[in-house]
Design a protein around this ligand. Structure first.
Ligand SMILES: *[C@@H]1O[C@H](CO)[C@@H](O)[C@H](O)[C@H]1NC(C)=O
Ligand SMILES: *[C@@H]1O[C@H](CO)[C@@H](O)[C@H](O)[C@H]1NC(C)=O
Ligand SMILES: *[C@@H]1O[C@H](CO)[C@@H](O)[C@H](O)[C@H]1NC(C)=O
Length: 279
């Protein structure tokens, strides 16, 4: 199965930082969900966290408990943001290539608070890094939604870029964050990025490297060209990269995050190959 469907359910909250009380109704709901989603078992029990908790029971795991009730008590709910933006984080406990997300909004008028949000994917726990004006070199933006989500229904979004990582971070812009359900879709990451390669053409210019004077190259040491491709695809705004099979000062992969003029911004260098992404 190339596209594995995964639904993140938090079952009884055993693994969660938050405590969860399962009511009989919810339990019956869960049983229904189990029958419906048998093959999703392995994705249950995913830990979650949120910036703060608005009140008793309005815990982060409500966002991934498999319950699609959208009254405000079945949803996660933070307090008003202060020194950090409001966020909710899901730890997938393994690396995935995230392709899309769905978020279920609450139905009362406070549903209008779910707006101008960003879903990003991280390879490490974003915990201490969550702040205003985060550096986009630290994470991959799956999608930014600039509008107000419709009340009481799903907003289904395809990632503008496939993001590889373990932690999915949902950041709301300067308001309370309340999520009734968050579904995350993707493939388990198996170490190679064949999905990317089929979706993108990577064009190759042998014997040149991009060296635009106004563009800081991000240097990496990678095992092979695919890792360099992968780094570029992960990095926000990466549009091309230099790769050379030989390490030069521990660098054999340089990500370019600005337009390189095809004639001016290049150095002829037989040790390097410049590649750029095109759809
Ligand atoms: C939950 O929603 C109801 C109406 O839908 C509203 O009266 C109530 O104040 C809400 N509770 C919270 C905590 O927002
Ligand atoms: C969005 O996802 C929900 C939940 O899976 C589904 O019921 C709904 O039909 C989807 N909406 C659209 C417009 O695809
Ligand atoms: C690079 O910066 C210089 C000086 O700031 C400027 O004159 C030049 O036009 C810039 N080149 C590009 C390609 O943006």
């Amino acid at each position: 199965m190339t596209f594995m469907w995964m639904k993140l359910l938090l079952f009884f909250g055993f693994w969660n930082i938050d405590k969860k009380v399962v009511t009989l109704a919810k339990l019956l709901y869960f049983i229904g969900e189990i029958i419906f989603h048998v093959f999703a078992f392995s994705f249950w029990n995913k830990p979650t966290r949120q910036a703060s908790e608005y009140g008793k029971g309005l815990i982060s795991s409500n966002a991934v408990d498999g319950s699609v009730m959208n009254d405000n008590n079945s949803c996660s709910h933070t307090t008003y943001p202060t020194d950090t933006p409001n966020w909710l984080m899901v730890d997938l406990e393994a690396e995935y290539e995230i392709t899309s997300i769905k978020v279920l909004n609450r139905q009362d008028k406070a549903g209008d608070r779910l707006r101008d949000f960003t879903v990003s994917v991280w390879q490490y726990d974003p915990g201490p890094h969550i702040k205003y004006n985060m550096v986009d070199t630290e994470y991959c933006i799956c999608v930014h939604y600039p509008n107000t989500a419709e009340r009481g229904t799903w907003t289904n979004l395809t990632c503008t870029k496939i993001c590889m990582g373990r932690f999915v971070l949902f950041v709301n812009n300067l308001d309370y964050l309340s999520i009734c359900e968050l579904e995350i879709f993707g493939d388990i990451y198996n170490g190679c990025s064949t999905r990317y390669l089929s979706e993108m053409n990577i064009k190759k210019v042998v014997g040149k490297r991009s060296s635009s004077p106004n563009c800081t190259l991000l240097p990496y040491e990678v095992a092979n060209v695919y890792e360099c491709i992968h780094q570029c695809l992960q990095m926000n705004n990466c549009i091309s990269f230099n790769y050379g099979p030989n390490l030069i000062n521990t660098v054999n992969c340089q990500l370019v995050r600005c337009f390189s003029h095809p004639k001016q911004d290049f150095t002829v260098d037989s040790d390097w190959i410049w590649r750029y992404l095109s759809h």
